[in-house]
Design a protein around this ligand. Sequence first.
Ligand SMILES: Cc1cc2nc3c(=O)[nH]c(=O)nc-3n(C[C@H](O)[C@H](O)[C@H](O)COP(=O)(O)OP(=O)(O)OC[C@H]3O[C@@H](n4cnc5c(N)ncnc54)[C@H](O)[C@@H]3O)c2cc1C
Length: 469
Amino acid sequence: MAAGGDMSDLKTELTGFTGTTLQPGDAGYDEARAVFNGLIDRKPALIARCTSAADVAAAVRFGRAEGLEISVYGGGHSVTGAAVCDQGLCIDLRGLKATSVDPAARLLRAGGGLTWGELDAATQEHGLAVTGGRVPTTGVGGLSLGSGSGWLERAFGFTCDNLVEVEVVTAAGEIVTASETENADLFWALRGGGGNFGIVTTFTLRLHPLGPIVYGGMLVYPGLRGAEVLKAYRDFTASAPDEVGSGLAFITAPHEEFVPEPARGHPAIGIICCYTGDPADGPAAYQALIDLGPAMAMVQPMPYVAVQQLIEPANPKGRLNYWTADFYSALPDEACDTLAAQATRPVSPYTQIIVVPGGGALSRVPDASMAFGSRDAAFNIHYLSMWEDPAETARNTDYTRDLAGSMKPWSTGTAYLNFLGDEGRGRVEASFGPEKFARLQQIKAVWDPDNLFHVNQNIPPAPTLPLQR
Ligand SMILES: Cc1cc2nc3c(=O)[nH]c(=O)nc-3n(C[C@H](O)[C@H](O)[C@H](O)COP(=O)(O)OP(=O)(O)OC[C@H]3O[C@@H](n4cnc5c(N)ncnc54)[C@H](O)[C@@H]3O)c2cc1C
């Protein structure tokens, strides 16, 4: 049966598949196809809910044979909605949750459909952690393959820097292993190249001693002090030791009890702190930010998993989202003034303009060692606009584009793909640079010559095939 034909008996045609399937009209179908970004409303012809690598392989072979467009659902958090496709086959990994920790070897084997909340819970039982998403509902899959930025990155590197081995279902429907010693080209591409090269069913990650208690929390300053606080933060992070994890966000103070009444609904600047050294040394490490005189200082020893949950309430599934992102080699005073002036006047109270500092361990990984680059960027800015009323979509997207546009003079020209919307191949190519992009295209031509996995930040295969498996 070909794509576009009668889809009614698709589920009976999935041979060798032991998971469950959903089609339009089935109970649970609409819930299963929903993604984080409420702007996305795609209706796959079939959702194949896999429970094993063998299921994933069966689904890939089936989708290929039927000529169906294929999307892969990890945690469903990509702002482009890459987890789902219209009329095609959605390979749903959310049943792949197997997790095992080897505390002695400090290694984690994690199923390809795990979320960061689940992963953190499993590793913190052993006082271990790896850099991961800042919101627990985010998928380990998409985040790690796009490199993976988190509070721990200045101490432990990006998530992909800690990737030791992966089990992958290829576009041919085979199950293979990739590591630095086995299928090394594929492994190089998977560390930053996103979902282009295969479906990862198991991630093996290196863990680090951390927690369960860390020094962390949030400092909040009034929006009126935007430029001053941003400049002070820039200077603070420039010389901060690796243990100082943090991020600064221009936000709107929520209407919550913990916020003083006069501040609610007004622009604010939040700095999240997560110290990876001895919690007793935390207050001294962040003293310069405390000396700035925040309106609220909610920093103290707390469970690492609580730090990981700090911004979850501000990021519920289903709101409308438009994102863009850029790396910056520096933020001179003029850049800080430009950003603060607009970021403290958001058109939606849910919008967050997030400034993430580089440096530390992530900057010491050799650029050539994997697909992900931009190691020398001083800052990564994530322009994350979020709103509820569809009538406000144009206003919000215009605001976000204009703000990011006004910061272009200081951008390196590369973007962090995990934070990027649908901005076309040019942006993807620029983010890797011409040499890495050409190598990625060659590796794609070996492992996915027909671009079966194209519902992603796509890297099309090179037209010729210079490499061999
Ligand atoms: C609330 C929120 C917070 C975030 N915080 C961070 C953060 O702190 N750091 C950061 O780096 N990013 C962050 N992101 C961005 C996030 O990393 C990307 O959106 C990422 O793509 C999400 O992965 P996912 O598996 O949840 O999404 P999905 O939409 O399911 O997948 C994203 C892409 O990856 C592919 N994919 C997913 N799993 C696999 C797999 N196992 N094998 C092969 N391909 C796969 C999909 O096909 C798709 O192309 C955040 C996003 C949200 C919405």
